[in-house]
Design a protein around this ligand. Structure first.
Ligand code: URP
Ligand code: ZN
Ligand code: ZN
Length: 569
């Protein structure tokens, strides 16, 4: 086949960085796919050459969490799938993962198709979708299966906040986690206690606190940490791998880290905002400035938070990075000028994530370039089951590549950024690390700072279910930790006769206690002692003879996911 130079590209003289190795190598690309990696490559005449001497050649960034043109809180996010993905490319991100979020009662499949229609026409880079489970019914469970089997969805986001719109209670969370496990999907949660937030918001407004500081004060760190812990426990109880989106606080990050140490399969996603700035801005005297930072969960007033989260990201306690890019301009934020609960939640980040993480992570000496690649691209590709098509520079992978200049600097500003929003939460931050060239599907879409992206150029990337990086351990766990019954000779002693209310006098039951009025309706504790839950029961009513046996004891072998009782995997 005769190839045009357009389809052939050689990235020459750079240092290729993957999550596990660095090598000085050239990269040859044909038709959007990496064909050769090495030195002294033989390439056809007419191949376009991109000079990468002194630069790093890294996999294109994957932003795991965006909300382009999200209909939210009465308005639409101002960065749509065109401006948002164009800005992503400018910053070195070649793939985003957005969320199709149905209204309560709405079909998940219909919401998915709506998002596909919006995105397909506009995206400049590749994208995948997570789907929100914003309500529960059997139909929702069926649609989750349909989406994984037919529509390339392998992750579902459940909200523990946004009471009255998207919030699920514990029972529905459990059902959706169980369903995720059955269909081999990854459960994601927005972890904040929505009931507490609602109550605290009411209190705050009653006190006359109507400004953006009220947004943080009614949802302090423990509100996020409690929900994070609860989500981990619920997911672990049903053996479902879990992904905590937008980890915003030290406390929530500590929960993820300690649950992982206990053996839970849980992943944590800090975002550019939580790694790059903090919540002191909510107390800024300029209302517009303060409101620009309003998002949920909020940025934290503890200014040490970004450093702490970056440490956890560097050492592996947290794994991926997104942005939760969901932008609203001044006039939209002003919907809440007299009431912080009406300020549309969301901040920018899709364009600046790579630079902010390079600056705070690599320039600070917390992570090396390999770890940078892991947390900005490779880990996302692994967790969402698109690796090594994405997230790696290797023969056969998609040619989504950034020629990264680690030494160049720029100052982030809303005046120069490519996003549609009129504010940048990183305004004035000087960052090293610039995407000199960005190659998406083998096409040079950013060249020395110039973005040449075309609307609709990106593709939907299906994410297959049963990801080995997520579910690889689950089957074995289920097998090795299946509850097993203790084989023993049947009990042949006297059996308490119960009346209709489940109580019986001691004398008739045959169980004697020091206090003649105390009865034991539950079995003894494992050590054979008295069950304290039952120690204050009193007699009343007539007795019936119930010969039903006690519950058999169960044994759990080495429960991963902790010593929590009832954890069967
Ligand atoms: O403030 C936020 N996070 N806005 C987007 C919706 C969400 O919860 O992710
Ligand atoms: Zn969220
Ligand atoms: Zn979000």
């Amino acid at each position: 086949m005769l190839l045009s130079a357009q389809n052939r590209l050689l990235i020459k003289g750079g240092r290729v960085v993957n999550d596990d190795m660095m090598q000085d190598a050239d990269v040859y690309i044909e038709d959007g796919i990496i064909k050769q990696v090495g030195l002294n490559l033989h390439t056809p005449g007419g191949t376009r050459v991109v000079e990468a001497k002194g630069h790093l050649v890294i996999p294109g960034g994957i932003d795991t969490h965006t909300h382009m043109q999200l209909p939210f809180m009465g308005t639409f996010a101002v960065d749509d799938f065109y401006t948002g993905t164009r800005a992503a490319l400018a910053g070195g991100t070649t793939m985003i993962m957005d969320f199709a979020l149905p209204q309560r009662g709405e079909s998940l499949v219909e919401a998915y198709h709506r998002w596909r229609t919006w995105a397909d026409a506009k995206v400049c880079c590749d994208y995948a979708l997570h789907v929100g489970v914003t309500w529960w019914s059997d139909k929702v469970g069926e649609e989750m299966q349909e989406l994984t089997e037919e529509n390339g969805i392998n992750s579902f986001k459940m909200f523990m906040a946004y009471k009255d719109t998207w919030q699920l209670g514990d029972e529905d969370l459990l059902k959706s986690f169980k369903r995720c496990k059955e269909i081999g999907a990854l459960a994601q949660v927005h972890a904040e206690n929505g009931d507490i937030i609602k109550e605290n918001s009411r209190k705050m407004l009653a006190l006359g606190i109507t400004g953006p500081e009220g947004h943080e004060m009614c949802r302090s760190e423990e509100v996020e940490a409690e929900a994070t812990n609860r989500a981990c426990v619920l997911a672990n109880q049903v053996g479902c791998p879990l992904y905590i989106v937008h980890v915003m606080s030290k406390s929530a990050a500590d929960v993820v880290s300690s649950k992982r140490k206990q053996g839970h399969i849980v992943f944590g996603e800090p975002i550019a905002a939580s790694l790059g700035t903090n919540g002191t801005h909510y107390w800024h005297k300029c209302w517009r400035h303060a409101a620009a930072h309003v998002m949920g969960p909020p940025l934290r007033p503890d200014p040490d938070t970004p450093r702490y989260l970056m440490d956890l990201l560097a050492n592996g306690d947290l794994q991926t990075t997104g942005t939760d890019n969901c932008t609203f301009s001044a006039s939209q934020k002003a919907l809440g000028k007299d009431d912080f609960t009406k300020i549309p939640n969301g901040v920018n980040g899709v364009e600046d994530r790579m630079s902010v993480i390079w600056e705070k992570g690599v320039v600070s000496g917390k992570m090396d370039p390999c770890r940078f690649v892991a947390v900005t691209s490779t880990n996302a590709a692994k967790v969402f089951n698109i690796y090594p098509k994405k997230g790696r520079i290797a023969v056969g992978s998609d040619a989504d590549i950034v020629v990264w200049n680690p030494h160049a600097t720029r100052v982030i500003s809303a005046k120069t950024h490519h996003q549609a929003v009129d504010f940048n939460i990183f305004e004035g931050m000087e960052v090293h690390g610039i995407a000199d060239y960005v190659i998406c599907h083998g096409r040079v879409v950013v060249e020395e700072g110039e973005v040449r992206a075309v609307s609709g150029m990106g593709k939907f990337v299906p994410t297959p279910s049963h990801c080995p990086h997520v579910y690889g351990r689950v089957q074995e766990r289920d097998r090795t930790n299946a509850p097993c019954k203790v084989e023993r000779a049947p009990y042949d002693g006297p059996v308490t006769q119960l009346n209709g209310q489940g109580r019986v006098p001691v004398q008739e039951s045959g169980i004697m206690a020091a206090n003649q009025e105390t009865f034991y309706t539950r079995g003894p504790t494992r050590s054979g002692g008295v069950n304290l839950h039952d120690s204050s029961f009193h007699v009343s009513g007539a007795q019936v003879n119930d010969k039903s046996p006690k519950r058999p004891s169960v044994k759990v072998n080495n429960p991963p996911g902790g010593k929590t009782s009832g954890s069967f995997w």
